[in-house]
Design a protein around this ligand. Structure first.
Ligand code: DGJ
Length: 763
């Protein structure tokens, strides 16, 4: 098996509380595999399970949280979607699936019937899930249901081509708490001959015909990620994608579709999804001529080919989908909960992010033992818990022209290695983190001089440099072994608690000359599989080490990398005002619990904008707080301000990072204001951050109506920073804070305030 990664076996080792598997074939129940662990009977299993199959109608139904998902096997043998939305009553039933009639003489039923998973064959004009060219030139692939099994929270379905021994193993795993489904697929070649996969998606999600769908997605570029787009859907195709070899800043693999514009964050029907893949990817959102919507996601078919040899299988990425009846706000809260409880390496209970200091914006490449120790002392004095030395510590790294690939301490800057600095950081009560960029090499490095053949390249063609660096071809086993080896040694030789794993360019000339020409394009899969396997193995060997995914900011953030990394760096743009819209977009798809947010110097290097230290803190305190300023330039007043705010942050960080986020006022579209509120899961604490961009015409700051509180409980109001209007009660009910609200006294430009509500009892 070339590419079924061990992800699958790891998953299976920990999967399913129920150990009873029923296998059905298209002729009925032919096999009962029971490894009954908890003494459950077949009947009690059927009753307890969130996944049911009705043999008579051949319908599958998945229920969890507030969601039902229903599909059936139609008379042709296709898997046909029937319903995805708000949870239905247990007794509600559906008639058996019947394929839709085609349209005129131009569309066969394959274009009008909503398929769960469809091969390119017959007369399909929409994005297929799978497209194959066979050695004889035949390219027709028609997949039909063969059998299925239900194992607790997981449904597995086997599909097969109508004549060839091509199998697709679909998997649906449902998260009980959120109703989010993880769909994936494995393609298996039992034909006895190799064939070439030209397009491979993990799943298709279907929505019924409607003319009032609104689509949201995320766009950006380096320094300007997480732009939230919203547009009315119309027949045709919207493609979200990366062709860059990694996730990319330009689109993020996330979408949300709302039926009708409820005009309120927390009301309305929203379907959303996210792809767990950190290589080139594509999500095609198509409104068909019938106005049905289908969303297909997986490997990007651009420049793609994967030769699946006889007997081999190919694992496709996980594609997650969910439904919320509580609007886009509810959708993002479900995703947050799911990421924290089911995706992150420490799920279901990830540790809160420590307050960290990072040296990059203070010192650039100019790091050395004495300078870093001096910064560490200052960082410790304000309550920082983790000190991270960024770029510049290794090889001949004085600028970005040299050193990448040579992962040993620079002897001039660290004559005694990293130990003295690490010991100093520990003696100050902090743990130590280090920047690395393992997948890259500067031509000016020992590594490149020894192994020029290790980079992605087309022989005889230019090797385009970006930031003076080339991409190591991680698909090569020797490159994988080298990168794993140097990192394993670094973590074994040094007491390092945290790696900031950077990745500062995208691919060009993505050739892999060491393999047969028809296998070169497999680099798009094998590179990313090896990246995941290195991260997985490093974590297994160094279980205390946490990792941040950074790619020149937010260029590699997705649910694939988040299975192996504890946090991400959303953007290199640390201007606090820009950061408000960056953080806003980010949190539609990802939890604030992974969103690193640094307080840096003013004026910001990005926009030359000046803001107060308090403003910068109150922006960053809405995520996982870090400090990236040059502490050597701070005044005693700055240290006092920072120390007080860091202490306040620690009081609310569990709520900010792991609570429920409500967006009270959006920072987008030239808004004068923005405000967020986070509520702890038990609703005992809420914290709100209010930002004023620029006062106009002497209008007061909008009254803030809190959300998500326990209506009948009493909450004590506490101003963390800034001023509330005279007369704000000290205590009042949840109902009061949600309906009468809070009036803040905020005026001027780039002003900020924050307050908490603490439950004192029930009324
Ligand atoms: C890009 C990252 O996003 C920055 O934070 C910093 O680590 C630099 N790379 C270092 O080269």
């Amino acid at each position: 098996m070339a590419s079924v990664s061990s992800v699958r076996s790891l998953r299976e080792a920990g999967c399913g509380r129920t150990r009873q598997t029923r296998r059905w074939t298209d002729r009925g129940l032919t096999l009962l595999v029971s490894c009954i662990l908890f003494g459950a009977t077949a009947m009690s299993f059927a009753q307890a399970s969130a996944i049911r199959y009705d043999a008579q109608s051949r319908i599958f139904r998945i229920d969890a949280a507030d969601m039902s998902y229903v599909f059936g096997v139609n008379e042709t043998g296709d898997l046909q979607s029937l319903y995805w939305g708000r949870k239905l009553a247990p007794g509600d039933s559906f008639p058996a699936a019947h394929s839709e009639p085609g349209w005129g003489s131009f569309d066969l039923p394959v274009n009008t019937t909503p398929h769960e998973y469809v091969g390119w064959g017959g007369g399909l004009y929409y994005a297929p899930d799978l497209k194959i060219t066979f050695p004889d030139g035949n390219r027709d692939l028609v997949l039909h249901y063969v059998s299925h099994s239900i194992d607790g929270d997981t449904l597995r379905i086997e599909m097969k081509d109508i004549s060839r021994e091509v199998y697709v193993h679909l998997e649906y795993k449902v998260d009980e708490a959120t109703g989010i489904l993880r769909r994936s697929a494995v393609v298996e070649n039992k034909t006895g001959q190799p064939f070439t996969i030209e397009e491979a998606s993990s799943a298709t999600w279907n929505l019924p015909a409607a003319s009032d769908y609104e689509l949201r997605y995320l766009t950006g570029r380096w320094g300007g990620e997480w732009g939230l787009q919203k547009e009315a859907m119309h027949p045709g195709r919207t493609v979200l994608e990366s062709r860059r070899g990694s996730t990319g800043h330009q689109n993020n693999p996330w979408f949300a579709i709302e039926r009708g514009d409820s005009g309120d964050q927390d009301h309305g029907n929203v379907w959303f999804g996210a792809l767990g893949w950190s290589g080139s990817w594509q999500i095609a959102i198509e409104q068909m001529q019938s106005r049905q919507v289908r969303v297909t996601g997986g490997f990007n078919p651009f420049d793609f080919a994967y030769v699946l040899k006889a007997g081999e299988s190919l694992q496709l990425p996980d594609f997650y989908g969910g439904y919320s009846a509580d609007g886009i706000g509810g959708a993002s809260r479900l995703l947050d909960r799911f990421e924290l409880s089911a995706i992150l390496p420490e799920a279901p209970q990830p540790r809160p992010r420590p307050v960290l200091y990072n040296s990059w914006e203070a010192t650039g490449f100019n790091v050395d033992e004495a300078g870093q120790e001096a910064l560490a002392e200052k960082a410790a004095s304000i309550g920082v818990e983790r000190f991270v030395m960024d770029d510049g510590w290794f090889g001949e790294r004085d600028t970005d022209h040299a050193g990448l690939g040579d992962w040993w301490p620079n002897p001039q800057k660290f004559p005694h290695g990293l130990k003295p600095l690490i010991d100093k950081v520990h003696s100050l009560g902090m743990d130590f983190g280090l920047w690395v960029e393992p997948e890259m090499v500067n031509p000016d490095s020992k590594l490149y001089r020894e192994h020029p053949d290790w980079v992605l390249n087309f022989p005889g063609r230019p090797r385009s440099e970006l930031r003076n660096q080339l991409v190591l071809n991680l698909a090569r086993p020797d490159v994988r072994a080298y990168i794993f080896g140097v990192l394993d040694k670094l973590l074994t030789d040094n007491d390092i608690a945290f790696l900031k794993w950077d990745y500062n360019r995208n691919w060009s000339e993505p050739g892999w000359p060491a393999v047969a020409p028809d296998e070169e394009k497999e680099v798009y899969v094998k590179y990313t599989e090896n990246l995941y396997s290195i991260l997985r193995e490093l974590r297994a060997r160094h279980p205390k080490v946490e990792i941040e995914s950074c790619s020149g900011g937010g260029g590699r953030v997705d649910l694939g990398i988040l299975r192996y990394t504890d946090e991400v760096w959303p953007s290199d743009n640390t201007d606090p005002f820009d950061r408000l819209s960056i953080q806003n977009g980010f949190t539609y798809a990802y939890t604030p619990g992974v969103m690193m947010a640094w307080v840096t110097d003013s004026p910001s290097w990005m926009n030359d904008r000046s803001t107060s230290l308090t403003y910068r803190f109150l922006v960053s305190m809405q995520g996982s707080l870090g400090i990236g300023a040059n502490l050597n330039k701070w005044t005693p007043e700055d240290f006092a301000t920072a120390k007080a705010l860091v202490a306040q942050y620690k009081e609310v960080r569990e709520t900010v990072q792991h609570g429920s986020l409500y967006r009270l006022i959006s920072p987008l579209h030239g808004s004068e204001y923005s405000a967020t509120e986070s509520v702890s899961i038990n609703k005992d604490q809420a914290v709100a951050f209010a930002l004023l961009h620029s006062s106009q015409m002497s209008y007061p700051y909008p009254r803030l109506y809190l959300r998500g509180l326990d209506a009948g409980a009493t909450y004590r109001f506490h101003m963390m920073d800034g001023q509330a209007a005279a007369g704000t009660p000290e205590t009042a009910s949840g109902d009061y804070w949600m309906n009468a609200g809070v009036q803040l006294d905020l005026r001027g430009d780039f002003q900020a305030a924050a307050f908490t509500l603490e439950r004192t009892g029930a009324q």
